[in-house]
Design a protein around this ligand. Sequence first.
Ligand SMILES: NC(=O)c1ccc[n+]([C@@H]2O[C@H](COP(=O)([O-])OP(=O)(O)OC[C@H]3O[C@@H](n4cnc5c(N)ncnc54)[C@H](OP(=O)(O)O)[C@@H]3O)[C@@H](O)[C@H]2O)c1
Length: 261
Amino acid sequence: MTQPEDLFSLTGKTALVTGGTSGIGAMIAKGLLRQGVRTYITGRDRERTEQAARKLQAKSGGECIGLAADFAHADGPAALARKVADREGALHILVNNAGTSCDGALSELSVDAWDEVMAVNLRAPVFLIRALLPLMKAAASNEDPARIINLGSIGGLHVPGWEAHPYGASKAAIHHVTRSLAKSLGGDRITVNAIAPGPFPSKMHDADSEATRKAIASFIPLDRAGQAEDAQGAVIFLASRAGAYVNGHILPLEGGYIGAL
Ligand SMILES: NC(=O)c1ccc[n+]([C@@H]2O[C@H](COP(=O)([O-])OP(=O)(O)OC[C@H]3O[C@@H](n4cnc5c(N)ncnc54)[C@H](OP(=O)(O)O)[C@@H]3O)[C@@H](O)[C@H]2O)c1
């Protein structure tokens, strides 16, 4: 039995955070490293990703390994899973964080842009989960299930004030797949949950822009953008003994935005 003081401990576990080279993924990777988790991050360019891993390791301690993966390609998830399997016999935590966005009017939307957003935000997480199942099953037990955490978005929970059709559709779909996979994988002692962030500073999202500042001031009850500790706290909860009985849920991480709509 885990004592209350150890409920959030992750020491000794292994995690893969896709898209850990910047933004929310880097925040999550840092949080896991500080918890004593051996953490793999991914990005499209091998050198830049290895450099990002070295930087995270220097700042946070622990062991951070950078692997290249491009999820716009259909074989990207399986290729990444093979690289992880070459190094690990078990994977306790998978954070499907890598993502891309596409804003703009329907009249401007190209088929290629639609396909890329769906490939990176929806197809890749699903096929990465499938390819990593043997490693996750090897890490899973009744007392301590393996954990999958998908990055959704408030953009998949409501229709924002700007046009972002493929992005919103991909995020609503990943929320749904989170619930359906939670049902399918429960028997393997693997939980599947999603985090749906509001605005966080990142390459994709300029949380300091005038438009975001206005939106934050008018819509977010807590009156601020998300911070590293907010993303880290949600992942540490869902990945630890504290969150072991949470399965198939979408956790809005948005300072009250969705609740206040
Ligand atoms: N920031 C927000 O306000 C916000 C709000 C709601 C949801 N989210 C979600 O949070 C997640 C992280 O986003 P972020 O805002 O932190 O964005 P970010 O700073 O742009 O990071 C995106 C990450 O995804 C990787 N990536 C992009 N395209 C890829 C591809 N084709 N193949 C493989 N990896 C790819 C990038 O790696 P490289 O560039 O190194 O290749 C990078 O590590 C996304 O799923 C996003 O939808 C963000």
